[in-house]
Design a protein around this ligand. Structure first.
Ligand SMILES: Cc1cc2nc3c(=O)[nH]c(=O)nc-3n(C[C@H](O)[C@H](O)[C@H](O)COP(=O)(O)OP(=O)(O)OC[C@H]3O[C@@H](n4cnc5c(N)ncnc54)[C@H](O)[C@@H]3O)c2cc1C
Length: 398
């Protein structure tokens, strides 16, 4: 390392005693429920932060980690019970909460983008966007984000959903389709006469392939299973869908996964599991999600196919709740634990968690509502107002 670079690094590391400390009180101090011990530990942290860098300490009655549909529903749930408690929402996405299902359906059929937003800020939540919560201390009831800011809470909701499962290629150019940013990127590419390969034949892969084809593009699907949505539908229906997609001009290669993938200039070269070589312009993947359990794990909260919660959607820490795609909850009707990746789950569970956080801990009726969708042995994926897929709800397993 050059001497100049070494020096620069040193300057960055030296604490700056004059760095300003912003303490933003988003709630009046009487609203913040903290013990003396917590205050004094907070003062220590405060002093430490003053010495080292410019960080902000926020204090909220309710902190929500996550910026998806569950988080949006939770804000509404809190407001049903508590009209004035302060709510801070931390989201890794640069946009306020929005409905995810239209990203693979309605928006491609001409629904305006303005229709997807959930109006979470108008419901009275302060949004901290484009920042990832990467630290949680349940003892002091504080969350930290990747900019070094701290959020003190009275009640916390983990609505972290899931991150797309990825293929194990370093720096791959694949669009792992999940967010509004992914939609905008793919929509811009779909406006050009490019070739698309879609990896995965589940809901997301199938919907994206259909959307791209509807946009007039050449689409090839690589589906390791024997048919489309094969893990959800009966074999006959799954095979029928392959034919149906074929009739619409989508090339569906079943029993064929990706073995290697390399960017070659503007093109992507793929070798499939059958040894076939495919060259394409864009690769999109829909391979399911992995629940976002890191913060819970860091604190020793119970994790088992998602964050384990009770009937009240409370984790193994009484002040921390979890809901939506990330939560593994007890399904009273089935007598099993379930984790459900579904918009109904996000909306009903999010709202129930919000009410439970804000009100007396007696939200049994809300949880019964959660149980009712979770017990459904079928999932319905909507395309616009019409049902599109109907199949077995495998994610609602123990
Ligand atoms: C394209 C698409 C189409 C879909 N279509 C349908 C459909 O037709 N029908 C249906 O029922 N379901 C559908 N789903 C599934 C449904 O959208 C999800 O079940 C639902 O959105 C889950 O919401 P969530 O808020 O629990 O999780 P997520 O949507 O995953 O949201 C989690 C949020 O938390 C943020 N986050 C995670 N970790 C952190 C952290 N540490 N710090 C800060 N922020 C963090 C993420 O960035 C994200 O914004 C679809 C999903 C997709 C992607």
């Amino acid at each position: 390392m050059s001497r100049k670079r070494e020096k620069k690094k040193l300057v960055v590391r030296v604490p700056n005693p004059r760095a300003p400390v912003k303490e933003r009180l988003d709630t009046p101090s009487h609203k913040v429920h903290r013990s003396k011990k917590q205050y004094s530990s907070s003062r220590n942290r405060h002093a430490a932060s003053r010495r080292s860098c410019d960080v902000t300490l926020y204090r909220y009655d309710y902190v929500i980690v996550g910026g998806g549909m569950t988080a949006a529903a939770a804000v509404q749930g809190i407001r049903e019970v508590d009209a004035s408690g302060s709510i801070g929402l931390i989201s890794a996405e640069p946009h306020p909460p929005y409905n995810r299902p239209p990203l693979s359906k309605a928006l491609w059929k001409g629904e305006p983008e303005s229709s997807i937003w959930r109006g979470t800020e108008a419901a009275g939540a302060k949004l901290h966007l484009d920042r990832r919560a990467n630290g949680l201390d349940v003892a002091t009831r504080q969350v930290k984000d990747d900019r070094g800011d701290t959020y003190a809470y009275r009640q916390l909701l983990l609505a972290t959903g899931g991150a797309p499962r990825r293929l194990s290629f370093a720096d791959d150019p694949i669009i792992y389709y999940r967010t509004y940013e992914d939609y905008r990127r793919l929509r811009a590419l779909a406006a050009k006469p490019l070739r698309f390969v879609v990896v995965g034949g589940g809901f997301i892969g199938s919907e994206i392939a259909a959307a791209l084809r509807m946009a007039g593009r050449d689409v090839e699907m690589l589906v390791p299973e024997a048919g489309l949505a094969a893990r959800v539908f009966p074999a006959e229906l799954s095979r029928h869908l392959v034919d149906f997609y074929g009739s619409k001009g989508v090339t569906v290669r079943t029993g064929e996964g990706v073995t290697t993938l390399v960017q070659r200039g503007a093109k992507v070269a793929i070798t499939t599991s059958t040894g076939r070589e495919v060259t394409t312009d864009v690769v999109v993947a829909g391979l399911g999600i992995l629940p976002g359990v890191d913060l819970a794990q860091q604190n020793g909260l119970r994790v088992e196919n998602g964050i384990v919660v009770d009937q009240m959607l409370r984790t193994s820490d009484a002040n921390v709740f979890a809901a939506g795609d990330v939560a593994n909850f007890p399904n009273a009707a089935l007598g099993v634990r379930t984790r459900v990746e579904h918009e109904d789950a996000a909306n009903t569970m999010g709202a129930a968690a919000g009410r439970a956080m804000a009100g007396p801990r007696t939200c049994h009726s809300s949880i019964r509502t959660c149980s009712s969708w979770a017990t459904r042995p079928w999932v319905i994926s909507t395309r616009g107002t019409r049902p599109w897929w109907i199949g077995r709800n495998r994610s609602a397993r123990a």
